[in-house]
Design a binder for this molecule. Sequence first.
Ligand code: ZN
Length: 391
Amino acid sequence: MNRFSTTRRFFLKRFARYGATLTLLASSRISFAKSKPALVGIRVAETSVDHTRIVFDLSSGIEHRLFSLSKPSRIVIDLKNTRKSNALTVNKNNTSLLSGIRSAIRKSGELRIVLDLKSNVRPRSFILKPDGNSGYRLVVDLHATNLDPTPIVTSQQQRHKRKKEIIIAIDAGHGGRDPGAIGRKGTREKDITLAVAKKLKALVNREPGYRAVMTREGDRYVVLRNRVKKAREMQADLFLSLHADSFKSPRVQGASVYALSLSGASSEAARWIAAKENASDLIGGISLDDKDDLIASVLLDLSQTATIQDSLELGSDVLKKLGRISKLNNKHVQQAGFAVLKAPDMPSILIETAFLSNPSEERKLRSSKHQHKLANAVFAGIKVHMKNRMI
Ligand SMILES: [Zn+2]
């Protein structure tokens, strides 16, 4: 196929798309054929937040040159001996990476296009020859880059070296005007959870490669969803919510670990506890009315399934270690619809350390020594989990 027929076919298709008449096509064909190659369309597509593709529709094959400039970040594309079509169309010029497209004809006869950028990108460009419904195209891919100017290809080893520390979000349950469960001696759940959380934080921060972030540092009321939000903002890898249980019978005892369930609650007891822990937002005067939304979005999101699986494994590792220092209320990780476990991409567990309603366990929970043992057991479980996940 010679170049003329390609050009003709290309414009035939393009005019057909715009509903132009055959008369117009006949008269235009001659002028287009005689003139320089033209840029006839710019199509911008955002395939993801860190990838924008820009397709330049051309009337024929051309030579181009592309380079990056900084301060402000922009990419310059020079199209050799090219003109801008009067009918040039641009579908959009704003994506998460791109903030605008400018163009100008240079004295040398080049058509210069400037892509204004919102952040540093790694550009790639290539020419596509006509096929099917499309003519010549210059494709420019913009990929987001980190500030880190390391080469595109990195070995597995380098990647591990650059991997950030493991961030553990520690959520001391309840707080402020929400005391949580209250023991017979008046022990408040919110004080126990904060005490254990602080000990756990110290252990985590002492371990190289680990860092702890807290959803609350003091006796403060924090809405459940803000606890998760804060952990995600801090880019936590794992989320642990610490609690102390209570039940009407003082004999009931032992620790339990929960992960999120897709259907809300996998057992009656779990449902009851979920209702109780989620109710803390109502106690604080703000209704947490998103449980239906939660279930709906969770069911749609397959990544949640993987996260729950990871949460169950983390829960099991922690439960094993807890079993060495205290009785267990249930030997298996329970699943329930806790609002605080709802992050779709962050393995999350809720730990009921013991029963405040059991006099013997209330005594233990008040003891600094036992609080330390709990923190140790939880962190030991986390380390086992993270080690297994690396392999
Ligand atoms: Zn609680």
